[in-house]
Design a protein around this ligand. Structure first.
Ligand code: AMP
Length: 285
């Protein structure tokens, strides 16, 4: 696997490839797990060349402490990527991505920017859009691989690529959430949990599943406000310290409060904190 820290060397390498090869790109913040590797594997299947990036993007962290505590395991990450046959790894520093005088962009994302994750993490999605846009400009891939584990992020990046016309040259590929045997969505943040915390954290996906089952089994309209409140109580009872939201949205990422509205597809999303670690998950109905 070729490893690049500097943009000009990466560009020189990619320039030769871009003429004849399709390029798949998987942006990550490292501390890689099977969820990330599934994206890389999908890209390897669908492209001639796969580029993965590892960059802990400071500007998308609204809490300094969260950025400082974000796990960094570069040596292991490199081994994992090599073991599955990734062709190229890009590991820039903050200075290369945001050089002196670099002007951050401001995207007009609409309501999604300040809803759910956006509400609890002000500025987060502008930070995400800036880094993804910058990385796409550097790497110029044909396909971009993103995990549905961060469903709102997928929707935001889709919007950003439409606003910037990047959608004309890069296809977005959304990939299913990878979970452990107990259903817990894999996340780099899980590395900060104790054994006990990890066990308790499995409640999150179980409660999402049980809300889904209730909706599917209901013969009449379901009051989603009530189901949301019950689910939050249930998450707290199972050992979480706090729950930011347990929300139901339609395909346009708008909040819905009952299932009556013309049987539209629903996604349930939640964010909750355990042992000081904030976890997110979602499930589609
Ligand atoms: P991150 O390193 O957390 O920024 O994640 C990099 C990419 O991996 C994002 O597109 C995530 O949505 C995706 N990802 C993270 N966890 C999972 C998972 N458990 N299953 C599938 N994709 C994931």
């Amino acid at each position: 696997m070729k490893i690049f820290e500097q943009i000009d060397l990466l560009n020189a390498f990619l320039f030769q490839q871009q003429q004849t090869k399709s390029i798949g790109f998987v942006p990550t913040m490292g501390a890689l797990h099977e969820g990330h590797l599934a994206l890389v594997e999908k890209s390897i299947q669908e492209n001639d060349l796969t580029v993965c990036s590892i960059f802990v993007n400071k500007i998308q962290f609204n809490l300094e402490e969260d950025f400082a505590k974000y796990p960094r395991t570069l040596e292991e990450d490199i081994k994992l990527l090599e073991s599955i046959g990734c062709n190229c790894l890009f590991v820039p520093d903050q200075q290369s991505i945001y050089p002196e005088g670099y002007e951050l962009k401001k995207y007009n994302l609409g309501d999604i920017e300040n809803f759910l994750e956006g509400f609890y993490r002000p500025g987060h999605f502008q930070g995400v859009c800036n880094v993804v846009h910058r990385l796409l400009d550097i790497i110029q891939p044909h396909r971009l691989y993103l995990g549905l584990k961060d469903y709102q992020q997928c929707k935001v990046i889709e919007k950003m690529t439409q606003l910037t016309s990047l959608d004309k040259r890069v296809a977005l590929k959304f990939c299913e959430t990878i979970r452990n045997e107990d259903g817990l969505a894999l996340s780099s943040r899980n590395k900060r949990l104790s054994m006990n915390g990890l066990n308790k954290a499995t409640a999150l996906s179980k409660i999402l599943n049980s809300a889904k089952e209730k909706i599917l089994a209901a013969e009449k309209e379901v009051d989603l406000i009530l189901l949301g409140q019950e689910s939050i109580q249930n998450i707290l009872k199972n050992g979480f310290d706090s729950v930011d939201y347990f929300a139901f949205v339609n395909e346009n990422f708008e909040s819905i409060d009952s299932t009556s509205k013309n049987n539209q597809p629903i996604t349930i999303l939640t964010a909750a904190t355990i042992e000081g670690v904030r976890l997110i998950d979602n499930i589609k109905i």
